[in-house]
Design a protein around this ligand. Structure first.
Ligand code: ATP
Length: 293
């Protein structure tokens, strides 16, 4: 970092879940989960500029709050307090990650804010400390600070880094519907016992660089709940597979769906098809992202 500048820019990457299992519901309403997390090449861009006082957020997104409800605001306030910073900051968010999509967009913005302000104000907080602050904002924030491929347990904050998942092309499609995470978990609790995806097998397949093994174990217990409410998710999955995907899965609590492809050409053809049919408006052909800088 150039120490003479008071502006800093960071990318905040989206994630997908290659696997998502719910172990049990906890007393406090949270759920104990086991998730295989993977950073993907879709990112927001945050620019931090030191200011005289206060926290001011601007964004090109017309759909996000810019006050205390924004996770960026909460991350900035927490870091400035904990770091005894006596000045303020202006933060601009360039939004690309689909919102309320199951891709941890808000959590990733919060993570980038903790990392960015730690650097901008030369606070020197170790990453472990930033993760402890992050979990106070959201269960996925510690993972977003770390990035890459990881097993996330507990409520998502107990992290085991894994070898980078085998490379492939990803088509990511977010249908134009809003899914409430709360609704999905409540319906999971109210329903019957679910089939647990093979998270340990997935972990082995990743450690062995075995893409076929990864594809064979794609699984998300939340899919049944969300698909029941929004059949378009299943339509998209089927279009992805009939267009050549080796596998396809919903990410997080949805509604975003991803497909794993061998070639960009295949993925682009399916993207165009989904767009033509009006099944999804936010579409990305991308890859897994290993280094998060
Ligand atoms: P997760 O995968 O962690 O459930 P998500 O992709 O489902 O995340 P987000 O995009 O993180 O959901 O946002 C969910 C809600 O959080 C939205 O309703 C939005 O208004 C609010 N929010 C607050 N700050 C942000 C932010 N910086 N970016 C996106 N959403 C934000």
């Amino acid at each position: 970092m150039n120490h003479h500048t008071d502006t800093l820019t960071r990318k905040a990457y989206a994630k997908i879940n290659l696997g998502l299992d719910v172990v049990r519901r906890l007393e406090n309403g949270y759920h104990e989960v086991r998730m295989i997390m993977q950073t993907v090449g879709i990112y927001d861009v945050l620019t931090f500029t030191a200011a005289q006082s206060g926290i001011r957020i601007t964004t090109d997104s017309g759909e996000l709050p810019v006050g205390e409800d924004n996770l960026i605001y909460r991350a900035a306030r927490l870091l400035l307090e904990e770091g005894n910073v006596s000045v303020g900051v202006d933060i601009h968010l360039e939004k690309h990650i689909p919102i309320a999509a199951g891709m941890a967009g808000g959590s990733s913005d919060a993570a980038a804010t903790l990392l960015g302000l730690n650097e901008l104000f030369a606070l020197g907080m170790p990453e472990e400390r930033l993760r402890q602050l992050g979990v106070r904002i959201g269960a996925d924030v510690p993972y977003c600070i770390m990035g890459g491929t990881a097993l996330a347990e507990g409520i998502g904050e107990l992290l085991t880094p894994l070898r980078p998942a085998p490379q492939c092309v990803l088509l990511i499609a977010k249908p134009d519907i809003q899914v409430s995470t709360k609704y999905v978990y409540e319906h999971l609790d109210a329903g019957n016992a679910w089939q647990h995806p093979d998270i340990d097998g997935m972990r082995c397949a990743i450690e062995n660089g075995d893409l076929s093994g990864v594809v064979a174990r794609l699984g998300n217990v939340l899919e049944t709940v969300t698909i029941e409410a929004y059949p378009v998710i299943d339509r998209i999955k089927r279009e992805m597979v009939s267009g050549g995907a080796r596998g396809s899965l919903m990410s997080g609590s949805g509604p975003t769906v991803f497909g794993i492809y061998d070639s960009r050409e295949q993925a682009r053809a399916v993207r165009d098809n989904l767009e033509r049919q009006g099944l999804a408006r936010e579409l990305f052909v991308t890859e897994m992202q290993h280094a998060v800088s």
